[in-house]
Design a protein around this ligand. Structure first.
Ligand SMILES: NC(=O)C1=CN([C@@H]2O[C@H](COP(=O)(O)OP(=O)(O)OC[C@H]3O[C@@H](n4cnc5c(N)ncnc54)[C@H](OP(=O)(O)O)[C@@H]3O)[C@@H](O)[C@H]2O)C=CC1
Ligand SMILES: Nc1nc(=O)c2c([nH]1)NC[C@@H]1CN(c3ccc(C(=O)N[C@@H](CCC(=O)O)C(=O)O)cc3)C=[N+]21
Length: 303
């Protein structure tokens, strides 16, 4: 479902679309419990006290519980050693009540991200970051898909219909967690994909060629209104936390100048309320699927 604002563009409501997915997942979880006595369990590990990470982890916990799943949280001190974290992952890998494991990134400097991601059982890797799963993704298989990238594709299909074939998608950002997996998923959808980054020349001119423009840069209001082709679909992945207002409330802005972009775009995601809620919905989706696979049960039919 989408709602329009006073601007030209349709506002793509990730809260509503993600909410529909979460309702479907809650039904799947209820059926798994009733038919097989299985309750999917998600373990989230947070190292250190980063404020933004704490917010995400609490959203994930609430969403898991609301869907009827089990949530196991592990809060470790900022100065935790790599060995301590690896020992916890080993324990979670062997715990049959834990079907999905997410280690919140970024990790403190003393811990190697690569070593940690490699230690997670690929079958429990609901982030889809393990190299076995990224390898499967690029080879055309069906591993757990990184949640934010999957969320972006679901928003595009909701907005443009299931057939994205032939559209030119420009993704600004090439991280392992967003840009690269999204490039893969949009290639599968038969888009023509261009991945831009900090060394890209004439980024505004390139963006103006995009039927689908995705910003995953990490810079507040980076993409300007005059970078957007009239009628294009704009997906803003960015979450940038600005200084608090006078009222003390944190302000979140995306990587796109929303007001200017909404004058030109055909449809656009807001921040907050766009991609973020889809990431969480897709995490639950991956956890239910992981539980079914681990228990030897058929996957729930998709919506
Ligand atoms: N909504 C959600 O669920 C999620 C939101 N996010 C948000 O998305 C944003 C991106 O996250 P993430 O992918 O992890 O970020 P990274 O910092 O890992 O990657 C940023 C990318 O943007 C590129 N970039 C940086 N500056 C420029 C520039 N001036 N011109 C062109 N490209 C540039 C970088 O290029 P290069 O490779 O050359 O350095 C890099 O590829 C952040 O705001 C993050 O908070 C992230 C995950 C989930
Ligand atoms: N292993 C790992 N997996 C991740 O998926 C992962 C991660 N590490 N590290 C950090 C990024 C970021 N991320 C978000 C998830 C939800 C919202 C979200 O729900 N955002 C809300 C607002 C949240 C708020 O109020 O702060 C919204 O956009 O409407 C945002 C960002 C997942 N990430």
């Amino acid at each position: 479902m989408t709602t329009t604002t006073e601007t030209a563009a349709t506002r793509i409501d990730g809260k509503v679309i993600g909410g529909e997915i979460r309702e479907r997942i809650a039904r799947e979880v209820a059926a798994l419990q009733a038919d097989h006595g299985v309750t999917p369990g998600l373990a989230v590990v947070l190292v250190g006290g980063d404020e933004a990470s704490q917010v995400y982890v609490s959203h994930k916990r609430k969403a898991s519980l609301a869907a009827g799943m089990e949530s196991f949280e592990h809060y470790l001190d900022e100065d935790t050693s790599a060995d301590e974290l690896l020992a916890l992952i080993d324990k979670l890998n062997r715990d049959p009540a834990v079907n999905g494991i997410l280690v919140q990134l970024p990790l403190p400097a003393q811990i190697s991200e690569d070593a940690v991601l490699a230690a997670i059982d690929p079958d429990k890797d609901v982030d889809g970051f393990h190299e076995v799963n990224t390898g499967r993704l690029w080879n055309g298989g069906s591993p757990p898909v990184p949640c934010t990238a999957l969320g972006c594709v679901l928003l595009l299909q909701h907005t443009l219909g299931n057939d994205l074939a032939g559209r030119h998608a420009v993704i600004v950002g090439r991280s392992n967690i967003v840009g690269k997996p999204l490039a893969n998923l949009l290639l599968r959808e038969n888009c023509t994909v261009t991945v831009a980054h900090s060394k890209t020349r004439d980024l505004p001119g390139l963006c103006r060629q995009a039927d689908i423009l995705v910003a995953a840069v990490g810079r507040p209001k980076f993409v300007q209104g005059d970078w957007i082709k009239p009628g294009a679909t704009v997906i803003d992945v960015g979450i940038n936390r600005l200084e608090a207002n006078a009222d003390g409330k944190r302000r979140l802005v995306g990587d796109v100048n929303y007001a200017a972009a909404a004058e030109v775009a055909g449809a656009i995601t807001p921040v907050p309320g766009g991609v973020g809620p889809m990431t969480i919905a897709c995490l639950l989706h991956n956890t239910v699927r992981a539980a079914c696979q681990q228990k030897g049960l058929p996957l729930p039919a998709d919506d």
